[in-house]
Design a protein around this ligand. Structure first.
Ligand SMILES: Nc1ncnc2c1ncn2[C@@H]1O[C@H](COP(=O)(O)OP(=O)(O)O)[C@@H](O)[C@H]1O
Ligand SMILES: [Mg+2]
Length: 344
């Protein structure tokens, strides 16, 4: 049994005028934090709730925990997901999930793409533009896709993200850079099917069943984009195909791409990798989520894990178990029955 510090950042007040309408979309609700806490308790652990705020450091100094289950999306800044893990590392406290460098890197989608490209991993050609910069897309082919450089949860993403002319591109870059106060990432539009792939483990990671985002039931004017609206409103089963209806060859290609990406970015314990097929049918990585959402009945990761045979309690305890093993703390693993599988 371990004393687990469950660290999180809660959604705050609804956004004010002038703030992005989807501000805080990546943060967790109390219900999600409580679900994770309950799952950890079901795994036989003592749970201490610690908000990942600016006094977290003092709280961690005051009362030790064996390990932190990290859900912190961070409060501010382009490397916000790495802040609490950096403090934990300084204090010598073990934590679940990826490390400081991976969490900071994946919040910069362009830098992530550069690392992937180095490893020969397909990812759409791109450029980055900040507010007021000339939008020169020489070398890129329309249609293009525009999204904020440092956000997640499809913040700022919708049907207007696909642009087919310089005028539309300039309008979208200007809208995003103003609203989100950060550069815009402009990349070639990937027109094919969309998949997201969950991975659990370290030395010999397990690829969970591939999930396809099903755009067929969406209204035509919405477009084939896994938008903010899609994620909020269309969480019902019909919008997700898991396992995805794909042939063995594509399945192998997707799984292989997910594993190579996971390793190239140094992910630990878990991650979810978003990809789409390009016009030649080749899977391309769009982005990597080392801190995937864990809202039961809503988030992609628990949905995929369930199809892979992990109940919610098993998923949460497997993530914790992977981390305990990494730190050589297996003796703190209790209740073997809870771990459906042993993942190295
Ligand atoms: N290059 C692209 N081509 C086509 N669709 C894209 C592209 N980049 C992003 N998208 C769409 O936008 C969604 C959100 O983009 P993603 O990079 O996954 O950011 P987020 O961190 O917000 O999930 C994707 O799930 C996909 O539907
Ligand atoms: Mg995504």
């Amino acid at each position: 049994m371990a004393t687990v510090g469950l660290m999180y950042n809660l959604k705050g007040e609804p956004p004010d005028d002038g703030e992005p309408p989807d501000l805080g979309a990546e943060l967790d609700s109390e219900t999600t934090v409580m679900a994770v806490a309950e799952a950890l308790r079901a795994g036989g652990h003592e749970v201490v709730l610690i908000e990942g705020n600016d006094v977290a450091y003092l709280r961690l100094l005051e009362k030790p925990v064996d390990i932190v289950f990290n859900m912190c999306e961070g409060l501010r800044g382009e490397s916000r997901e790495s802040h609490i893990p950096a403090i934990l590392e300084m204090l010598g406290i073990p934590y679940t999930g990826s490390g400081v460098l991976t969490l900071a890197l994946t919040l910069d989608k362009a830098l992530t793409k550069k690392v992937l490209a180095y490893h020969g991993i397909p990812t759409a050609p791109f450029k980055v533009f900040d507010a007021g910069e000339p939008v020169d897309v020489t070398g890129l082919e329309f249609p293009l896709f525009v999204k904020p450089l440092h956000e997640g949860s499809s913040m700022g993403v919708g049907s207007s993200s696909i642009v087919s002319s310089v005028a539309d591109l300039e309008r979208e870059v200007s809208r995003l850079t103003k609203m989100y106060k950060q550069p815009a990432l402009v990349e070639e539009f990937l027109p094919g099917r969309e998949f997201t792939v969950g991975i659990l483990g370290n030395a010999n990671p397990l690829v969970l069943p591939v999930m396809e985002i099903n755009f067929n039931p969406c209204p035509a004017e919405h477009g084939k984009v896994y938008s903010r609206q899609f994620k909020v409103e269309w969480y019902q089963d019909e919008f997700y195909l898991c396992p995805a209806p794909i042939d063995d060859e594509l399945k192998r290609a997707i799984e292989d791409l997910a594993l190579r990406t996971y390793r190239a970015l140094g992910c630990r314990d878990m991650a979810r990798i978003d990809m789409r097929l390009d016009r030649n049918g080749v899977p391309n990585v769009m982005e990597v989520n080392p801190l995937p959402g864990l809202t039961p009945g809503f988030s992609d990761f628990p949905r995929i894990a369930e199809k892979g045979g992990f109940s919610y309690v098993e998923l949460v305890n497997t993530i914790l178990g992977c981390a305990l093993k990494r730190y050589g703390l297996e003796h703190l693993l209790s209740s073997e029955a809870v771990l459906a599988r042993r993942i190295a």
